[in-house]
Design a binder for this molecule. Sequence first.
Ligand code: NAP
Length: 523
Amino acid sequence: MTLTGNMLIGQHAIPGSREAIRGINPATNAALEPAYHGGTREQVEHACALAWSAFDSYRETPLVARAEFLEAIANEVEALGDELIERAVAETGLPHPRIQGERGRTCQQLRTFARTVRSGEWLDVRVDTPQPQRQPLPRADLRQRQVPLGPVAVFGASNFPLAFSVAGGDTASALAAGCPVIVKAHSAHPGTSELVGRAVARAVKHCGLPDGVFSLLFGSGREVGIALVNDSRIKAVGFTGSRSGGIALCKAAQARPEPIPVYAEMSSINPVYLFPAALQSRSETLAQGFVTSLTQGAGQFCTNPGLVIAVQGPDLARFINTASDLLRHSPAQTMLTPGISNAYETGVGTLAEHAQVVASGLAAEGPNQCQAHLFVTGAQDFLANHRLQSEVFGAASLIVQCTSAEEMHKVTEHLEGQLTATLHLDDHDLEHARALLPTLERKAGRLLVNGWPTGVEVCDAMVHGGPFPATSDSRSTSVGTAAILRFLRPVCYQDFPDSLLPTALQQANPLSLRRLLDGQREA
Ligand code: NAP
């Protein structure tokens, strides 16, 4: 398949005319063909108008048809074969097995949302039957279901060119909810975006859905992205990326005459707690697991363990020694983009100014290489210097040495919101961990015991979210089937004749949903 450099506005391949973007192979800094010209304001408007015109019809597609559409996207993505893998590897510097695994995850994610759509549980149907004889006032017939918000703007992530990009989690959950999607492609992988965008457009056509269900735009975030968020027909935004980018989109969305929700996943340093008994019994094993998690994918994961918190002493010293030895042999890896590589160098420089470097990985020749680094600081220094808790996106981590359990608690209270918090503990640590839990629940979206935060399962119980700055809305998750809830809102129908009710709410329950009927969940 030849890449064209065109955007997709519904079924139409249309060239942009603004500044050109080219994918860059970060391993060589070579620019890749073709050029992708940014969309104009008129083209953004065109995509929004088409999405709006598709909304009322798409949102009422039968659940089975919508599920089949999500499955058709997965099939079309798989049918892209090696061309997709090769292009994604070239545009990201990520190794083949990683991209192959990510394609599997992307398609599994689409199929999981298809299962969710079919079940209809997310419609959360509630029925309160009328009580005409109730005193002092009768009760009306009240029925509630969830409806989609409207067209959603999705900003693909640089670090997951498939699973969190054009047909990734935000797109899958918005389409599952019944929302048309307009993707602003990430400028770091435009060719990958075009390939996947065309796969989605084929699925739209194959399933006989309206054109405007999906569009793909190229161009800069500050122009195309902001124009999209400002368009009155866009009703929600999904974003994964930098704190500054996420905040800019939140501000734009709030400044609209009709403000809209932005679900931005931004920055997290994912504290890891090493409790005393666990450290005493297995500091070397912990160090091995830590270094593997830290250096995986050049540390370019939002759940990378960027902070380790423990009480100082010989057991922590053994952990630091083992981790340092391992890190010194860890090879440098290519980062996703020159911009991310520069940001990593700046972040490491800031850590080096304010904390002690205890080990560095192997350096490498060539562009955009991530050399891993491990830093140590004391709890008092950490508490006094807010810069030490900024996310450094890459394979760098900071160990905070505390003098007591109370100081570990103080450091925890001082932390910003996080996607994850990890507890390494043995039986003797349980009381210590229990004391910390109320604080950790306030700080993080996912709490793990004796594991590592990298690796986010796509399933029903997953939460990939957390208080600011981990995300802009801690009530939601961007991974897992609960992500669909971000794009829904409740509507109540009072005293409707049965024939006028949406199918999901009709008295005979034709969709066989497990309704909440007069306060009881149906079997
Ligand atoms: P980014 O710079 O935030 O870009 C993400 C997307 O948002 C891009 O499409 C970008 O458009 C757009 N954008 C950025 N700033 C914007 C603004 N002010 N207004 C409107 N749109 C804007 O993220 P990135 O390029 O992926 O990586 C940069 C940094 O983000 C990394 O160094 C890391 O710190 C962080 N990051 C975090 C995560 C995470 O999961 N927490 C993931 C990836 C990156 P353009 O196409 O114009 O760039």
